[in-house]
Design a protein around this ligand. Structure first.
Ligand code: 3HC
Length: 311
């Protein structure tokens, strides 16, 4: 009996079944996943850089330990995600090469500088908060290895979000100068955080396929709206002011109306021209080169293990 693989794939999606690496899948589905998962993996490891910058300057030993753990978690997230991408038939070398040569995208947000300790609070609270908003749905994405990686990642991101909110709480309820630092960080991170969800739905070339294939279950605009609705009460609790002067509760939609971020700035950042793009690529390339001996030693160890098992 002839099997119609395309129909089988569609019927699995219709039943909310998970697609596994050995299952047949359309080539465009595979490519779409490699694109998204690898961009996500790159975001995790580039995301270590702006925060890593503050490990030596954390204001207490406790703050340092927590930040160190958070930055290590991000490295681990990169690892799970590269492994999920590799299960689609690509290699880690190929993916990293695309990142290091500037061909691959990673989240726009990590191209902004961390100027003060309050930025570490704002990143944990807003950036990780936005990441979770997007990633909770990815725990139910249609590709098994990606969905499973996201379960663990979401647990850790939720701890990161609390770490950031704790820093913001301390600053907001601290001295006038500390509160001013918190407000300044909110002012600078608010709109770049809204950009993390991607372009408006009508300008998002990948969304239709992503929704059709159940890779994404909600659209960029839906998630952005939910993030704003959830975050405004937190801003109010902190006694801070949202930098969006058009922000207004809309009773009819039971959500806030808010200003669009500057999409021209977004395009500029994702095409390599944000405030820190060049610095991030230099730092990533250096870290990769510095780790060369570790990779060589690990490969040699693996080779020797295989040899002794074969003997
Ligand atoms: N930064 C950089 N590029 C972005 C972007 C952003 N914030 N938002 C969209 N883009 C890019 C897309 O990658 C796409 O480029 P491509 O076609 O060349 O690949 C283009 O802009 C058009 O966007 P679309 O809306 O059509 O793209 P997607 O459907 O892929 O949606 C997305 C974008 C919402 C980011 C989606 O890819 C996604 O959900 N990715 C998984 C989650 C993820 O990557 N999160 C990174 C957040 S940071 C993080 O997790 C680290 C943590 O520690 C905080």
């Amino acid at each position: 009996m002839d099997v119609n693989f395309e129909e089988l794939f569609e019927s699995k999606l219709a039943k909310n079944d998970i697609i596994e690496p050995k299952d047949w899948m359309p080539e465009n589905y595979r490519k779409h996943l490699i694109r998204q998962i690898s961009q996500h993996a790159h975001s995790e490891i580039v995301g270590m850089l702006p925060e890593g910058n503050w490990i030596t300057r954390a204001p207490s030993l406790r703050a340092k330990l927590v930040l160190l753990a958070k930055v290590q978690d991000e490295g681990g997230h990169g690892l799970y995600l590269y492994t999920a991408a590799e299960s689609l038939g690509t290699s880690r070398d190929e993916l990293l090469d695309a990142l290091h040569t500037g061909k691959a995208k990673y989240s726009s947000i990590f191209n902004y500088p961390t100027l003060t300790w309050a930025d570490i609070g704002a990143i944990g609270w807003l950036v990780d908060g936005a990441a979770i908003m997007n990633q909770v749905m990815l725990q139910r994405t249609s590709y098994g290895p990606y969905a499973r990686a996201m379960v663990r990642i979401c647990k850790e991101e939720s701890f990161h979000q609390r770490q950031g909110y704790e820093v913001m709480t301390k600053l907001s309820f601290g001295t006038a100068e500390q509160k001013e630092m918190a407000q300044d960080a909110l002012n600078r991170w608010w709109f770049p955080t809204l950009m993390m969800f991607g372009p408006p739905d009508i300008e998002s070339p990948n969304s239709d396929n992503a929704i059709k294939w159940r890779i994404k279950r909600e659209s960029n605009d839906q998630l952005r709206q939910r993030f704003v609705n959830q975050t405004i009460p937190q801003i109010e609790y902190l006694g801070l002011i949202c930098p969006d002067t058009n922000l207004k509760w809309n009773e009819a939609k039971q959500g806030y109306d808010f200003s669009e971020p500057n999409w021209a700035e977004f395009k500029n950042v994702i095409h390599g021209n944000g405030p820190c793009n060049k610095e991030r690529l230099v730092a990533r390339n250096k870290a990769h080169k510095d780790g060369e001996w570790v990779r060589a030693a690990a490969a040699e160890f693996g080779r020797k293990q295989n040899e002794s098992q074969a003997a």
